[in-house]
Design a protein around this ligand. Structure first.
Ligand code: ADP
Length: 365
Protein backbone atom coordinates (compact mmCIF):
# COMPACT_ATOMS: atom_id res chain seq x y z
CA UNK A 1 0.00 0.00 0.00
CA UNK A 2 2.81 2.37 1.06
CA UNK A 3 4.96 1.29 -1.93
CA UNK A 4 2.10 2.02 -4.27
CA UNK A 5 1.52 5.48 -2.85
CA UNK A 6 5.28 6.23 -2.97
CA UNK A 7 5.36 5.13 -6.62
CA UNK A 8 2.32 7.26 -7.32
CA UNK A 9 4.02 10.26 -5.71
CA UNK A 10 7.10 9.85 -7.96
CA UNK A 11 4.86 9.52 -11.02
CA UNK A 12 2.91 12.61 -9.93
CA UNK A 13 6.19 14.54 -9.43
CA UNK A 14 7.42 13.54 -12.90
CA UNK A 15 4.08 14.50 -14.39
CA UNK A 16 4.22 17.92 -12.70
CA UNK A 17 7.78 18.42 -13.86
CA UNK A 18 6.87 17.40 -17.40
CA UNK A 19 4.04 19.91 -17.51
CA UNK A 20 6.37 22.75 -16.51
CA UNK A 21 9.12 21.48 -18.79
CA UNK A 22 6.84 21.57 -21.81
CA UNK A 23 5.43 24.99 -20.90
CA UNK A 24 8.89 26.47 -20.28
CA UNK A 25 10.35 24.87 -23.42
CA UNK A 26 7.54 26.26 -25.56
CA UNK A 27 7.69 29.75 -24.07
CA UNK A 28 11.49 30.07 -24.06
CA UNK A 29 11.86 28.68 -27.62
CA UNK A 30 9.23 31.07 -28.99
CA UNK A 31 10.63 34.17 -27.31
CA UNK A 32 14.27 33.28 -28.12
CA UNK A 33 13.50 32.66 -31.80
CA UNK A 34 11.64 35.93 -32.00
CA UNK A 35 14.42 37.82 -30.22
CA UNK A 36 17.24 36.29 -32.32
CA UNK A 37 15.39 36.87 -35.60
CA UNK A 38 14.65 40.51 -34.82
CA UNK A 39 18.23 41.12 -33.58
CA UNK A 40 19.83 39.47 -36.63
CA UNK A 41 17.56 41.37 -39.05
CA UNK A 42 18.09 44.73 -37.37
CA UNK A 43 21.84 44.40 -37.14
CA UNK A 44 22.13 42.67 -40.52
CA UNK A 45 24.06 39.76 -38.95
CA UNK A 46 24.40 36.44 -40.71
CA UNK A 47 24.09 33.60 -38.07
CA UNK A 48 26.47 30.61 -38.43
CA UNK A 49 25.47 27.04 -37.41
CA UNK A 50 28.01 27.29 -34.51
CA UNK A 51 26.23 30.39 -33.16
CA UNK A 52 22.88 28.61 -33.40
CA UNK A 53 24.18 25.41 -31.70
CA UNK A 54 25.61 27.37 -28.72
CA UNK A 55 22.40 29.36 -28.37
CA UNK A 56 20.32 26.16 -28.56
CA UNK A 57 22.37 24.45 -25.84
CA UNK A 58 22.14 27.48 -23.54
CA UNK A 59 18.43 27.75 -24.16
CA UNK A 60 17.91 24.04 -23.40
CA UNK A 61 19.81 24.40 -20.09
CA UNK A 62 17.69 27.44 -19.29
CA UNK A 63 14.52 25.49 -19.92
CA UNK A 64 15.62 22.65 -17.62
CA UNK A 65 16.58 25.09 -14.86
CA UNK A 66 13.36 27.06 -15.15
CA UNK A 67 11.12 23.99 -15.16
CA UNK A 68 12.91 22.50 -12.10
CA UNK A 69 12.44 25.81 -10.31
CA UNK A 70 8.72 25.96 -11.22
CA UNK A 71 8.22 22.35 -10.13
CA UNK A 72 9.81 22.97 -6.73
CA UNK A 73 7.85 26.17 -6.14
CA UNK A 74 4.62 24.51 -7.23
CA UNK A 75 5.23 21.45 -5.03
CA UNK A 76 5.81 23.64 -1.96
CA UNK A 77 2.74 25.76 -2.79
CA UNK A 78 0.58 22.67 -3.22
CA UNK A 79 1.84 21.19 0.06
CA UNK A 80 1.06 24.38 1.98
CA UNK A 81 -2.19 25.47 0.42
CA UNK A 82 -3.91 22.36 -0.90
CA UNK A 83 -2.58 19.11 0.58
CA UNK A 84 -2.44 20.39 4.17
CA UNK A 85 -6.07 21.54 4.06
CA UNK A 86 -7.48 18.55 2.18
CA UNK A 87 -5.69 16.23 4.61
CA UNK A 88 -7.30 18.05 7.54
CA UNK A 89 -10.75 17.72 5.91
CA UNK A 90 -10.35 14.05 4.98
CA UNK A 91 -9.02 13.16 8.47
CA UNK A 92 -12.04 14.86 10.05
CA UNK A 93 -14.40 13.09 7.61
CA UNK A 94 -12.87 9.75 8.63
CA UNK A 95 -13.56 10.59 12.28
CA UNK A 96 -17.22 11.22 11.39
CA UNK A 97 -17.35 7.86 9.59
CA UNK A 98 -16.08 6.25 12.82
CA UNK A 99 -18.94 7.91 14.73
CA UNK A 100 -17.12 10.81 16.40
CA UNK A 101 -19.49 13.72 15.73
CA UNK A 102 -17.56 16.13 17.99
CA UNK A 103 -14.81 16.64 15.45
CA UNK A 104 -14.51 20.20 14.07
CA UNK A 105 -12.03 21.69 11.58
CA UNK A 106 -10.44 25.02 12.54
CA UNK A 107 -10.67 27.70 9.86
CA UNK A 108 -7.54 28.33 7.81
CA UNK A 109 -6.02 31.75 7.33
CA UNK A 110 -7.19 33.13 4.01
CA UNK A 111 -3.64 34.24 3.17
CA UNK A 112 -2.30 30.71 3.18
CA UNK A 113 -4.98 29.11 1.03
CA UNK A 114 -7.93 29.55 -1.22
CA UNK A 115 -10.83 31.01 0.80
CA UNK A 116 -13.20 28.49 -0.80
CA UNK A 117 -11.76 25.94 1.58
CA UNK A 118 -13.24 27.94 4.45
CA UNK A 119 -16.67 27.62 2.82
CA UNK A 120 -16.21 23.82 2.71
CA UNK A 121 -14.94 23.83 6.31
CA UNK A 122 -17.98 25.84 7.46
CA UNK A 123 -20.35 23.37 5.77
CA UNK A 124 -18.46 20.45 7.25
CA UNK A 125 -18.62 21.86 10.78
CA UNK A 126 -22.36 22.59 10.43
CA UNK A 127 -22.95 19.04 9.18
CA UNK A 128 -20.99 17.59 12.15
CA UNK A 129 -23.00 19.73 14.61
CA UNK A 130 -26.30 18.59 13.02
CA UNK A 131 -25.24 14.95 13.19
CA UNK A 132 -24.30 15.40 16.86
CA UNK A 133 -27.77 16.86 17.54
CA UNK A 134 -29.57 14.02 15.77
CA UNK A 135 -27.43 11.43 17.56
CA UNK A 136 -28.16 13.01 20.98
CA UNK A 137 -31.90 13.06 20.22
CA UNK A 138 -31.80 9.41 19.12
CA UNK A 139 -29.88 8.34 22.23
CA UNK A 140 -32.22 10.35 24.53
CA UNK A 141 -35.24 8.90 22.79
CA UNK A 142 -34.07 5.31 23.27
CA UNK A 143 -33.13 6.01 26.91
CA UNK A 144 -36.57 7.57 27.54
CA UNK A 145 -38.51 4.76 25.86
CA UNK A 146 -36.56 2.13 27.81
CA UNK A 147 -37.09 4.02 31.06
CA UNK A 148 -40.81 4.49 30.43
CA UNK A 149 -41.20 0.80 29.62
CA UNK A 150 -39.57 -0.32 32.83
CA UNK A 151 -42.32 0.89 35.21
CA UNK A 152 -45.30 -0.92 33.63
CA UNK A 153 -43.17 -3.98 32.98
CA UNK A 154 -42.15 -4.27 36.62
CA UNK A 155 -45.81 -3.76 37.67
CA UNK A 156 -46.80 -6.64 35.37
CA UNK A 157 -43.95 -8.80 36.73
CA UNK A 158 -44.73 -8.13 40.41
CA UNK A 159 -48.47 -8.67 40.17
CA UNK A 160 -47.93 -11.70 37.95
CA UNK A 161 -45.77 -13.24 40.68
CA UNK A 162 -48.38 -12.44 43.35
CA UNK A 163 -51.10 -14.03 41.21
CA UNK A 164 -49.22 -17.32 41.28
CA UNK A 165 -50.23 -17.81 44.93
CA UNK A 166 -53.10 -20.40 44.84
CA UNK A 167 -54.51 -19.17 48.19
CA UNK A 168 -55.00 -15.61 47.01
CA UNK A 169 -58.44 -14.22 48.02
CA UNK A 170 -60.81 -13.48 45.13
CA UNK A 171 -60.90 -9.68 45.56
CA UNK A 172 -57.06 -9.47 45.55
CA UNK A 173 -56.89 -11.63 42.44
CA UNK A 174 -59.25 -9.21 40.67
CA UNK A 175 -57.24 -6.20 41.93
CA UNK A 176 -53.90 -7.61 40.73
CA UNK A 177 -55.34 -8.68 37.38
CA UNK A 178 -56.68 -5.13 36.93
CA UNK A 179 -53.26 -3.66 37.76
CA UNK A 180 -51.72 -5.90 35.09
CA UNK A 181 -54.36 -4.91 32.53
CA UNK A 182 -53.80 -1.18 33.29
CA UNK A 183 -50.02 -1.47 33.05
CA UNK A 184 -50.16 -3.38 29.78
CA UNK A 185 -52.64 -0.80 28.38
CA UNK A 186 -50.20 1.97 29.31
CA UNK A 187 -47.42 0.08 27.59
CA UNK A 188 -49.52 -0.44 24.46
CA UNK A 189 -50.56 3.26 24.44
CA UNK A 190 -46.97 4.34 24.74
CA UNK A 191 -45.81 2.06 21.94
CA UNK A 192 -48.64 3.33 19.71
CA UNK A 193 -47.58 6.93 20.40
CA UNK A 194 -43.89 6.15 19.86
CA UNK A 195 -44.70 4.52 16.52
CA UNK A 196 -46.96 7.39 15.44
CA UNK A 197 -44.35 9.96 16.41
CA UNK A 198 -41.55 8.15 14.66
CA UNK A 199 -43.65 7.77 11.49
CA UNK A 200 -44.59 11.45 11.64
CA UNK A 201 -40.97 12.50 12.18
CA UNK A 202 -39.72 10.35 9.32
CA UNK A 203 -42.45 11.81 7.12
CA UNK A 204 -43.78 8.31 6.44
CA UNK A 205 -47.30 9.60 6.96
CA UNK A 206 -48.46 11.43 3.88
CA UNK A 207 -51.35 13.73 4.75
CA UNK A 208 -54.58 12.43 3.30
CA UNK A 209 -56.44 15.64 2.52
CA UNK A 210 -60.23 15.73 2.56
CA UNK A 211 -62.83 18.45 3.06
CA UNK A 212 -64.72 18.14 6.33
CA UNK A 213 -66.68 20.10 8.91
CA UNK A 214 -64.22 21.08 11.66
CA UNK A 215 -66.98 21.88 14.17
CA UNK A 216 -68.43 18.40 13.74
CA UNK A 217 -65.02 16.84 14.26
CA UNK A 218 -64.48 18.86 17.46
CA UNK A 219 -67.87 17.75 18.86
CA UNK A 220 -67.15 14.14 17.93
CA UNK A 221 -63.80 14.28 19.75
CA UNK A 222 -65.31 16.03 22.78
CA UNK A 223 -68.08 13.41 23.05
CA UNK A 224 -65.43 10.72 23.32
CA UNK A 225 -64.69 12.09 26.82
CA UNK A 226 -68.33 12.25 27.97
CA UNK A 227 -67.92 9.49 30.55
CA UNK A 228 -64.96 11.36 32.12
CA UNK A 229 -66.61 14.78 32.30
CA UNK A 230 -69.78 13.22 33.73
CA UNK A 231 -67.81 11.28 36.34
CA UNK A 232 -65.78 14.38 37.31
CA UNK A 233 -68.84 16.66 37.00
CA UNK A 234 -66.95 19.02 34.74
CA UNK A 235 -69.04 21.73 33.14
CA UNK A 236 -68.74 21.99 29.36
CA UNK A 237 -69.18 25.22 27.44
CA UNK A 238 -69.03 25.31 23.64
CA UNK A 239 -69.02 28.17 21.19
CA UNK A 240 -68.55 26.45 17.86
CA UNK A 241 -69.10 28.36 14.61
CA UNK A 242 -71.22 26.48 12.07
CA UNK A 243 -70.15 25.28 8.64
CA UNK A 244 -66.45 25.78 9.10
CA UNK A 245 -65.17 23.45 6.43
CA UNK A 246 -61.47 22.85 6.14
CA UNK A 247 -59.31 20.92 3.73
CA UNK A 248 -56.88 18.86 5.80
CA UNK A 249 -55.98 15.40 7.04
CA UNK A 250 -58.93 14.58 9.32
CA UNK A 251 -57.28 11.62 11.02
CA UNK A 252 -54.17 13.59 11.97
CA UNK A 253 -56.20 16.55 13.18
CA UNK A 254 -58.38 14.30 15.34
CA UNK A 255 -55.17 13.28 17.11
CA UNK A 256 -54.66 16.94 18.06
CA UNK A 257 -58.16 17.46 19.55
CA UNK A 258 -58.08 14.09 21.36
CA UNK A 259 -54.79 14.95 23.04
CA UNK A 260 -55.84 18.49 23.99
CA UNK A 261 -59.22 17.32 25.41
CA UNK A 262 -57.64 14.39 27.20
CA UNK A 263 -55.19 16.78 28.93
CA UNK A 264 -57.91 19.33 29.72
CA UNK A 265 -60.01 16.66 31.48
CA UNK A 266 -57.00 15.04 33.12
CA UNK A 267 -55.65 18.25 34.63
CA UNK A 268 -59.03 19.69 35.68
CA UNK A 269 -60.33 18.87 39.16
CA UNK A 270 -63.87 17.62 39.80
CA UNK A 271 -66.45 20.39 39.33
CA UNK A 272 -64.19 22.41 37.00
CA UNK A 273 -64.99 23.73 33.54
CA UNK A 274 -63.75 23.05 29.99
CA UNK A 275 -64.57 25.50 27.20
CA UNK A 276 -64.23 24.91 23.45
CA UNK A 277 -64.53 27.61 20.85
CA UNK A 278 -64.18 27.58 17.07
CA UNK A 279 -63.95 30.75 15.01
CA UNK A 280 -62.95 31.20 11.40
CA UNK A 281 -62.27 33.73 8.71
CA UNK A 282 -61.67 33.22 4.99
CA UNK A 283 -58.22 31.76 5.44
CA UNK A 284 -57.87 30.39 8.96
CA UNK A 285 -59.80 28.36 11.51
CA UNK A 286 -58.97 28.93 15.17
CA UNK A 287 -59.78 26.47 17.94
CA UNK A 288 -59.40 27.34 21.58
CA UNK A 289 -59.64 24.74 24.35
CA UNK A 290 -59.65 26.23 27.83
CA UNK A 291 -59.79 24.52 31.21
CA UNK A 292 -59.96 25.63 34.83
CA UNK A 293 -57.44 23.00 35.89
CA UNK A 294 -54.17 23.11 37.78
CA UNK A 295 -52.40 25.24 35.13
CA UNK A 296 -48.64 25.23 34.72
CA UNK A 297 -45.69 27.46 35.48
CA UNK A 298 -43.74 29.25 32.72
CA UNK A 299 -40.89 26.79 33.33
CA UNK A 300 -43.17 23.79 32.63
CA UNK A 301 -44.83 25.60 29.71
CA UNK A 302 -41.46 26.01 28.01
CA UNK A 303 -40.97 22.24 27.76
CA UNK A 304 -44.41 20.75 27.20
CA UNK A 305 -43.88 20.04 23.49
CA UNK A 306 -40.74 18.00 24.16
CA UNK A 307 -40.92 14.23 23.91
CA UNK A 308 -41.47 12.43 27.24
CA UNK A 309 -41.71 15.68 29.18
CA UNK A 310 -44.20 15.52 32.03
CA UNK A 311 -44.60 18.65 34.10
CA UNK A 312 -47.10 17.33 36.60
CA UNK A 313 -45.45 14.26 38.12
CA UNK A 314 -48.46 13.47 40.34
CA UNK A 315 -50.35 12.46 37.19
CA UNK A 316 -47.33 10.87 35.47
CA UNK A 317 -48.91 7.41 35.41
CA UNK A 318 -51.88 8.75 33.44
CA UNK A 319 -49.74 9.63 30.44
CA UNK A 320 -46.35 9.26 28.86
CA UNK A 321 -45.33 12.79 27.90
CA UNK A 322 -45.72 12.10 24.18
CA UNK A 323 -49.16 13.61 23.58
CA UNK A 324 -48.16 17.24 23.05
CA UNK A 325 -45.03 16.23 21.08
CA UNK A 326 -47.39 14.46 18.67
CA UNK A 327 -49.75 17.46 18.61
CA UNK A 328 -46.86 19.82 17.77
CA UNK A 329 -45.59 17.53 15.00
CA UNK A 330 -49.05 17.32 13.40
CA UNK A 331 -49.52 21.11 13.60
CA UNK A 332 -46.07 21.62 12.04
CA UNK A 333 -46.89 19.23 9.19
CA UNK A 334 -50.09 21.23 8.60
CA UNK A 335 -48.10 24.46 8.76
CA UNK A 336 -50.38 25.67 11.52
CA UNK A 337 -49.64 27.32 14.84
CA UNK A 338 -50.22 26.30 18.42
CA UNK A 339 -49.97 28.53 21.47
CA UNK A 340 -50.53 28.05 25.17
CA UNK A 341 -51.51 30.43 27.96
CA UNK A 342 -51.54 29.13 31.48
CA UNK A 343 -51.46 30.21 35.11
CA UNK A 344 -50.88 27.90 38.07
CA UNK A 345 -54.13 27.24 39.93
CA UNK A 346 -56.21 29.15 37.36
CA UNK A 347 -56.18 27.07 34.22
CA UNK A 348 -54.81 26.59 30.74
CA UNK A 349 -55.84 27.58 27.23
CA UNK A 350 -54.46 26.02 24.05
CA UNK A 351 -55.06 27.91 20.80
CA UNK A 352 -54.61 26.17 17.45
CA UNK A 353 -54.72 28.04 14.16
CA UNK A 354 -54.77 26.15 10.85
CA UNK A 355 -55.13 27.15 7.24
CA UNK A 356 -58.60 26.40 5.84
CA UNK A 357 -58.52 25.60 2.18
CA UNK A 358 -55.50 27.02 0.41
CA UNK A 359 -54.78 23.77 -1.39
CA UNK A 360 -58.34 22.74 -1.97
CA UNK A 361 -58.94 21.84 -5.61
CA UNK A 362 -62.12 23.23 -7.21
CA UNK A 363 -63.74 19.79 -7.64
CA UNK A 364 -63.63 19.17 -3.87
CA UNK A 365 -65.65 22.22 -3.01
P1 ADP B 1 -48.83 13.73 29.43
O1 ADP B 1 -50.19 14.36 29.45
O2 ADP B 1 -48.86 12.31 28.99
O3 ADP B 1 -48.05 13.93 30.68
P2 ADP B 1 -48.36 15.63 27.30
O4 ADP B 1 -47.29 15.68 26.27
O5 ADP B 1 -49.76 15.51 26.82
O6 ADP B 1 -47.99 14.43 28.27
O7 ADP B 1 -48.25 16.91 28.23
C1 ADP B 1 -46.98 17.28 28.73
C2 ADP B 1 -47.12 18.07 30.02
O8 ADP B 1 -47.77 19.32 29.74
C3 ADP B 1 -48.01 17.41 31.06
O9 ADP B 1 -47.29 16.46 31.84
C4 ADP B 1 -48.46 18.60 31.90
O10 ADP B 1 -47.47 18.96 32.83
C5 ADP B 1 -48.54 19.74 30.87
N1 ADP B 1 -49.94 19.96 30.42
C6 ADP B 1 -50.46 19.64 29.23
N2 ADP B 1 -51.74 20.02 29.13
C7 ADP B 1 -52.06 20.63 30.31
C8 ADP B 1 -53.24 21.24 30.85
N3 ADP B 1 -54.35 21.32 30.13
N4 ADP B 1 -53.18 21.75 32.09
C9 ADP B 1 -52.03 21.69 32.80
N5 ADP B 1 -50.88 21.13 32.36
C10 ADP B 1 -50.89 20.60 31.14
Amino acid sequence: MKKRSFGRKILQGLYNYFVFFLTSAFLVSCTTMLFVNILANTLGIELTSDNIQTAAKLTFLNVILLSVLYTVIDTVRRKLTTEKVTKKISTAAQEIVKGDFDVRIPKISSFSADDNYNVIIDCFNTMAAELRGVETLRADFIANVSHEMKTPLSVIQNYGTLLQNPELPEEKRILYAKAITDASRRLADMMTNVLKLSRLENQQIYPNLTRFDLGEQLCESLLGYESIWERKQIEIETDIAEDVFIFADAELLLLVWNNLFSNAFKFTEDGGKVTVSLTADERYATVRITDTGCGMSAEVGAHIFEKFYQGDTSRATQGNGLGLALVKRVIDIMQGEIGVESAVGVGTAFTVRIGRAEHEPEENR
